[in-house]
Design a protein around this ligand. Structure first.
Ligand code: SF4
Length: 226
């Protein structure tokens, strides 16, 4: 098995040389490369798992448990934040039919970054970042805007706007997911993305999504979830 230190990666420097980073993680496949890249550069970081958007709860637990398993493997501290989905639904009201990368997603990223920034502020982390932008399905400018806005709420807090896709990050994300046989989600996360993905699958004559069955490295496509 490849050791993370055997992989050629740029040496990362945190903004302002910060000694501690709070990494918001959306799931194990997206954060695997981000985590290993930071470990390879000797960065001290903690994972903050706050994703009340994920529906249903069974899917939420699957994604969270995969992330915990990988964090434990690398001895990385893991903060299991609230699953306050009622607040998420309250904020999503009226945006149920927004397309992916639209206003509902801005709200969803804002909400997750706001809590990450609050936790960082209360617990002495000068820098926050996120695995959200590594997925090819996401709009990085939209995510970075939300990250910057959340960090700006607290003096001395910086959003680390690193492009985790570059320098081979995107392909390593898939390699790590296969190596670890991570659970492979097939939709972004919320009930509306599940609905819309199933609508588009039906139009293409595909079966609806079955939760809990696809794993990287074990299933045929292995092309990366959402
Ligand atoms: S599609 Fe994804 S980013 Fe957009 S609101 Fe749903 S879970 Fe959040």
């Amino acid at each position: 098995m490849t050791d993370i230190l055997d992989i050629e990666r740029p040496v990362l420097e945190t903004p302002g040389g910060a000694k501690k980073v709070l990494l918001h993680s959306c799931c194990a496949p997206c954060s695997g490369e981000v985590m290993e890249a930071m470990l390879a550069s000797g960065i001290d970081y903690t994972i903050y798992f706050y994703n009340p958007n994920i529906h249903p709860e069974r899917e939420y637990l699957l994604r969270k448990d995969e992330n915990i398993r990988f964090a434990e493997k690398h001895n990385v501290p893991f903060v299991d934040a609230d699953y306050d989905k009622d607040n998420w639904y309250a904020r999503a009201k009226g945006m149920e039919w927004e397309p992916e990368r639209g206003a509902r997603c801005t709200m969803c990223f804002d909400m997750r970054f706001e809590r990450t920034a609050l936790y960082a502020h209360e617990n002495g982390f000068p820098v926050i970042t996120s695995s959200l932008g590594i997925s090819r399905w996401k709009d990085m400018n939209q995510i970075n805007g939300c990250g910057r806005r959340a960090a700006a709420r607290y003096e001395g807090l910086t959003y680390w706007e690193y492009n985790w896709r570059k320098g081979g990050g995107s392909s390593r994300m898939i390699e790590i997911s296969k190596r670890e046989e991570f659970y492979q989600q097939e939709y972004c996360g919320c009930v509306y993305s599940l609905r819309d993905t199933n609508i588009s699958r039906r139009e293409r004559g595909r079966e609806p999504i079955k939760l809990g069955v696809m794993y990287y490295g074990k299933d045929a496509d292995g092309q990366g979830g959402k």
